[in-house]
Design a protein around this ligand. Structure first.
Ligand code: NAD
Length: 450
């Protein structure tokens, strides 16, 4: 089949490469001309494990091409996937500017299709509020086009860091559509992936498909905020959240996933998608109270590491620069491991808090340092490696769960630091082992040692 994928970011690039991997001819489109140039040269602008290999193979074979003009592909396409960003607007709702702009462009390009061509399947893959498929359809229909098309909703559930595996082997594919023809086109595109994974196929109406994406993200975020609150309670009553979480996760009604306590969730999806869903609830007179509490709990959680640090150094609020003279090593800048994405990363909030108290910071991350450098420049120092990051610091702070940090030789870390003090936002180490090795060790939802 011939596929156009509009937007070459984390979702669009992965979708384009994976559809090419399944034997389709794919045109990737992006409005950013510099990005298109980079892609044409074979350079992948993001870090996503496994993407580089698939991308380069299909670029070389010619089954994956790139353009900054979607007209280049619409004439002969079977399906056009809209994968552009839907950032948060000031009122919390999803900003549909880019989606609607692409819809207009597709509408204008439809005239390039032969009059007797099959309907073009226009796929909303971006995360968009309920009613967007209908809105996109009305917008394109409003151009007065006489070429056939159908707009469907096909939300994406991939996770950054394992996006290729998630796309190639999906748990499920959700399709909101109204005709059997649209379903048959989409089924052909996804059949190779579903036969590999045994994943489920859900056809439903577009509004239900659109809501499914938000409801899934809300559920996952709710679990994280829940376990973070239980972690806080554990600290107060002297319990250990790591023991509690495995025991509750063993209940098949609950399951173990997304029960890891940490420094609060960030990323490009949860924060904005939760706000958008809250807005949808308000608009329909259905305030989503459990979701409001999830957001509030996360706002609090993102301050937890900073407040543990303040407490340890006995920093009283209101005193100017009470951490002046203190220097920290920070491991982890990406919002989670295996990605270079720093959107809504809790590390950036931690950096802001500590700098405002007068501290200085040297940071390290395996993939996200260029993005942080581009965002905050020389407000922090960038280390060449994880060990160099610790040189002369008063304490080590851990914000991202890169496995390499967990595997680090703590004897070497201790030699580099001024004091054996660690604030671990990801519970990478065992408190008892840390105590035995003479560390002052603070983590999430467990007794502090030292
Ligand atoms: N990142 C994720 O993990 C993830 C997972 C599931 C769903 N989503 C959703 O998918 C959508 C895309 O997310 P992303 O993380 O890939 O975004 P992104 O910011 O990484 O990429 C978006 C791309 O769209 C391009 N673009 C913007 N306007 C355009 C236009 N008019 N024509 C062509 N290209 C245009 C941008 O230049 C950019 O390269 C969002 O709605 C997001 O919520 C993201």
């Amino acid at each position: 089949m011939r596929v156009v994928v509009i937007g070459s970011g984390y979702v669009g690039l992965v979708a384009a490469a994976c559809f090419a991997e399944a034997g389709n001819s794919v045109l990737g489109v992006d409005v950013a001309a510099a990005k298109v140039e980079q892609l044409r040269k074979g350079e992948v602008p993001i870090f996503e494990p496994g993407l580089d290999d698939i991308f380069k193979r299909h670029l070389a074979s010619g089954s994956l091409t790139f353009s900054s003009d979607l007209k280049d592909g619409i004439a002969e396409a079977d399906a056009a996937f809209i994968c552009v960003g839907t950032p948060q607007s000031e009122d919390g709702s999803a900003d549909l500017r880019f989606v609607l702009q692409v819809a207009e462009e597709i509408g204008a390009a439809l005239t390039l299709r032969p009059k007797n061509a099959n309907p073009l399947i226009i796929v909303d893959k971006s995360t968009v509020p309920v009613g967007t498929a209908a809105r996109v359809s009305a917008l394109i229909g409003g151009t007065g086009t006489d070429r056939a098309f159908e707009v469907v909703s096909n939300p994406e559930f991939l996770r950054e860091g394992s996006a290729i595996q998630d796309f190639l082997k999906p748990d499920r594919v959700v399709l909101g559509c109204t005709t059997d023809f649209a379903e048959s086109v989409m089924k052909s595109l996804y059949a190779p992936f579903l036969s590999l994974s045994g994943g489920k196929w859900f056809r439903m109406d577009p509004a239900s498909a659109e809501l499914t994406k938000y409801a899934a993200n809300a559920m996952l975020a709710l679990r994280i905020s829940f376990i973070n609150e239980i972690a806080g309670l554990c600290e107060s009553i002297g319990a250990d959240v790591e023991q509690v979480k495995v025991a509750i996760g063993a209940d098949h009604r609950i399951g173990p996933a997304f029960l890891n306590p940490g420094p609060g969730f960030g990323g490009s999806c949860f924060p904005k998608d939760l706000q958008a869903l809250l807005k949808t609830g308000r608009e329909h007179g259905r305030p989503l109270m459990a979701l409001s509490a999830t957001v509030e709990a996360n706002r609090h959680q993102k301050q937890v590491l900073a407040s543990k640090i303040r407490k340890y150094y006995d920093v009283v609020g209101g005193v100017p620069a009470p951490l002046a003279g203190h220097h920290f090593a920070l491991w982890g800048l990406a919002f989670k491991a295996h990605t270079d994405d720093i959107r809504e990363s809790m590390s950036l909030e931690l950096i802001d808090s500590l700098l405002s108290l007068g501290a200085t910071i040297t940071v390290h991350d395996f993939e996200a340092m260029p993005a942080v450098k581009a965002k905050i420049g020389d407000r922090v120092t960038y280390a060449t490696d994880a060990m160099a990051c610790c040189e002369g610091a008063d304490a080590l702070l851990i914000a991202t769960e890169w496995p390499q940090y967990k595997a680090a030789d703590l004897n070497v870390v201790a030699q580099k630091l001024k004091a054996k003090v660690m604030f671990d936002g990801r519970n990478l180490f065992l408190p008892e082992a840390m105590r035995a090795a003479g560390w002052v060790y603070h983590s999430i939802g467990r007794r502090s040692v030292g």
